[in-house]
Every structure is written in C-alpha cells, then in structure tokens.
Design a protein around this ligand. Structure first.
Ligand code: PLP
Length: 462
C-alpha cells in the first residue's frame, strides 16, 4: 500500500515529455517490479494495477511461464528473416484461428493496436479493389471513438480535440453515433432505439455514396462516453444487415476487448454476429511484448489467397519473440480458466461495488466481464464533469496512487464537449486473473480514493 509521497528527481528527462503522452497524468512513482495484479515502485510502495495498464494486461504481471518461453525462443532464434518461414509465427496463427470466431481463419501479424487498425483498413481497401470496386475507400467510424494514434487511425478516431492538431493531414470520413442508452428518446422502447441507432449508419452510407464506402469500424462494448455499454442484440444484428446491404465490410476493433477481457474470448461473441475483419492488440501478448494482429474472414481473404499481393509488411511484424509469448499467453488463458474468471469475477465486482456506486461522483458502473467503467460525474443531479481548471482528472489519478491504485487515464471519454451532460470513463479493468479477495481490496481502496477526491474538490455530500 502506498504510504509515502514521491519526490524523486525526474529520471526521465531524456525521454521527452512522456507524461503528456496519452493524457496528463502523474506517474511519478518509478516502477521497480510487478507481480500478479500488483506494481511496486522503487520506494517499496505497492499499487493494484486497477486498469491492467491501458486495459491490456490480462495475465498477471511477472508470470514465470512467459519468462521461460522467452528464454527458450531466444535460445532457438530471436528474429526470422522474411525469406524464411518460422514455427513461432505459424503456431500462433494456428492457435488464433482455433480460438477466433469460426469465420476468421487467417491472421496478419503486426506490432500493436494502431498498426492492426491501419492494416485492417488496407485489407478492406485491397479486398474491394481486387473485386473491381476500386471506388470503395471510405471508412465510417463512430463519434468519440478511439482507434489509434497514426494518421489513418486518427482519421477514424472521433475526437476533434486530438484531430485538430493534424487537421489537413487527416481523412474526412463520415462518423455516426454508436448505440447509446442515454440518448434514447423517452417513451421509445429499447429495441426500437437500437434499430434507430443502426439506421443512422444506413443513412450515413447512403449520403456518403455506398459505392464509395469500404468499411465500418466499431468497438464492440461501446465507445467514447459510452465505453462499457453493451448494446442490445437488435443493434448489432441491424448493423450487420446494413453493412451487408451496402457491401461494406464490418471491422470489429477488439484491441481492448479481446482475449477474455469481457468474459468471452472475443466480445463480438456476446452479440451473435460475425465480423469481416477483427483487429487485435493489447491482451494478445498481455503486453509481455509489443504485438497486434488482424484476423480476416474467409470471404475477405479470398482475393489474397487467389494471388493478390497484400501491399504491406513491417520489419517487426510477426516477431518470433512476440509470437512465442502470444502463443503462451493464449495457452495460459486456457489453462488457468481466465475467460471464465473474467466473467465470474466481473459479476462479483459489479455486485460488490454498491458502496463505490453510492458516491456522489459515480453516475454508474457498467460493463461486462472485467471491462468495467465507472462514469465519473460532477454530481448525479447535474451530471457532466468538473471544469478543466479544477484539475479533477489529474487529481483523481494522483489520489488513487496515494491510496495504492494505478488507474489508466480516461482517454476514451468525450472530454466534456459536446456531451456536456456526460462524465469521464474510469476503467476498472484489472488483470483477469484477479481473485475475489483482491477485488474486495481494490474496491476498498477505490472507495477511499473517491472520498479523498470528493473532499479535495469540495463535493457536498447529500
Ligand atoms: N483500437 C482501440 C479500440 C484501442 O483502444 C487502442 C488503444 O488504446 C488502439 C486501437 C490502438 O492501440 P495501440 O495503442 O496499441 O496502438
């Protein structure tokens, strides 16, 4: 448990302004080691990794089985020249095909989530060109979504705050709202609203010109201010139908949600539909190595199988060490029953979170499996988030650290505008090996963190 403050000289001066990457945060403690769900700094303080790094550390930290795998792979070979095949890559792709939904049997390996999304866009484009539809190139995505930080993936991400810096360099592709329960008109049924949300995609494709739209990309458990929202099945069925109607590929971005995080191997399994392309990252290696992948359906892979050259390739793509690690991660998820654990412990966390939910600043806790999101608001009556000059977001993370919790910054929220009546998502997404006792301790520390934070911000308790 953290007991001291951290006044170390900044050991990262040579690293550039690291602390402003992703968002403003206060990662002052210097990490010394990590084990299971815990991080330890150089002063001996212990923290629960409450968001699993950036919603990515699915296995516990410091798993000796991974260290053993790395050593073994390195003894054999650490890199494979592109002119050669290698078992490390072949085994991983085979394992992925076994675990992925049955229509996704081919995987292109890359080095991270943004690369996976870039790759997916290129697969979609080349698929249409190969079929004689070379006018199809637009990729529709959701407002407020996040798909990465390269220029193409920023074009998809629906955050004008980050986009404005690169405006002339980004593609102006259409955006639609993803399903959101808070936008439902009163009196309308859930299923009718789900269909109305999917109809917005239909309309966007129509007005963009369906002959020009290559794909629609979405995250399967909400996006932006609605991260963690599980849409009704009618929504996803209708989205699938709209895509099929217009010959638009559906890209399911599972960079966050894959590999057991939501209590299923992949979150799309909650929705009963198939994706044409699925992007993978984060949990694929549980961040023991930089990895990413793009799984494509048999239909989408057909032109490539028939000889169309995929114009792509990165020096580090399918790196043997990353492949060996990811293969072992997949095995461990299975051996340790982590998918079931995420489902069961996720429900337990939700049940036990009443005290946290009763805080003035917690609008709700939602989600599925161990992808839980606390929507943080100014108060439950007025909603919205605290004004920027209160530094509430940064303070929340700093106070959490003092209470022994490391949280990931709330990168995915609307950041106030234009959804003034929405809060910021705080990710409660620890490693999916977490036990009930550890969840109790996480919630106890979170309750204390919120009490301290509310006192600091002068929140009047009702
Ligand atoms: N897609 C989604 C849904 C993500 O949340 C992220 C990162 O958080 C990415 C893509 C980009 O992944 P990376 O940061 O590994 O490039």
């Amino acid at each position: 448990m953290a007991t001291t403050t951290h006044n170390l000289p900044n050991p990262r001066a040579s690293e550039g302004v690291w602390s402003t990457l992703f968002s403003s945060h206060t990662f002052e403690p210097v990490l010394a080691r990590a084990k299971g769900i815990h991080l330890y700094d150089e002063e001996g303080n212990e923290y629960i990794d409450a968001s699993g790094g950036p919603i990515a550390v699915n296995l516990g930290h410091g798993d000796p089985r991974i260290a053993e795998t790395v050593a073994k792979q390195m003894e054999q070979y650490s890199y494979c020249h592109p002119v050669m095949s290698n078992r490390s890559r072949a085994e991983l792709c085979e394992k992925l095909a076994d675990r992925l939904p049955p229509n996704l049997n081919t995987t292109y390996l890359v080095c991270g989530g943004s690369e996976a999304v870039e790759t997916a866009i290129k697969v979609a484009r080349q698929y249409h060109v190969a079929r004689g539809n070379s006018q199809k190139y637009k990729i529709i995505s959701n407002y407020d979504s996040y798909h990465g930080m390269t220029l193409a993936t920023m074009s998809l991400s629906g955050n004008p705050g980050t986009q404005r810096h690169f405006e002339p360099m980004l593609q102006k592709w259409p955006k639609v709202h993803q399903y959101s329960p808070t936008r439902k008109p009163s009196g309308m049924s859930e299923p009718d609203w789900a269909l109305a949300c999917a109809a917005e995609l239909d309309e966007a494709i129509h007005y963009a010109g369906s002959q020009s739209v290559a794909a629609y990309i979405a995250t399967p458990v909400g996006s932006g201010s609605d991260y963690g929202v599980v849409a009704p099945p009618e929504y996803w069925m209708a989205v699938r139908e709209v895509c099929d109607k217009h010959d638009v590929l559906f890209i399911d971005d599972e960079v966050v949600t894959g590999f057991g995080r939501t209590g299923k191997w992949f979150a799309i399994e909650h929705h009963g539909i198939e994706a044409d392309i699925m992007t993978l990252g984060k949990g694929i290696s549980s961040l023991y190595a930089p990895m990413g992948a793009v799984a494509v359906s048999d239909k989408v892979n057909e032109p490539f199988e028939q000889g169309v050259a995929f114009v792509h390739g990165f020096t580090n793509a399918g790196h043997p060490i990353g492949c060996a690690i990811s293969s072992r991660v997949v095995d461990i998820i299975e051996e340790d029953g982590l998918v079931r654990n995420a489902a069961e412990i996720g429900n337990y966390l939700q049940e036990q979170s009443a005290k946290v939910r009763s805080h003035q600043t917690v609008r709700e806790i939602r989600g599925v499996g161990l992808l839980r999101v606390a929507e943080m608001v100014k108060n439950k009556e007025t909603l919205g988030f605290f004004a920027r000059d209160t530094n509430a977001e940064t303070k929340l993370q700093a106070i959490a650290l003092k209470n022994g919790l490391a949280f990931y910054a709330t990168l995915y929220g609307s950041r106030r505008g234009p959804s003034k009546n929405r809060g910021l998502p705080l990710f409660i997404s620890p490693p999916i090996c977490i036990t009930r006792e550890e969840v109790d301790e996480l919630l106890r520390r979170l309750d204390q963190t919120l009490t301290d934070w509310e006192n600091d911000l002068g929140v009047i308790q009702i």
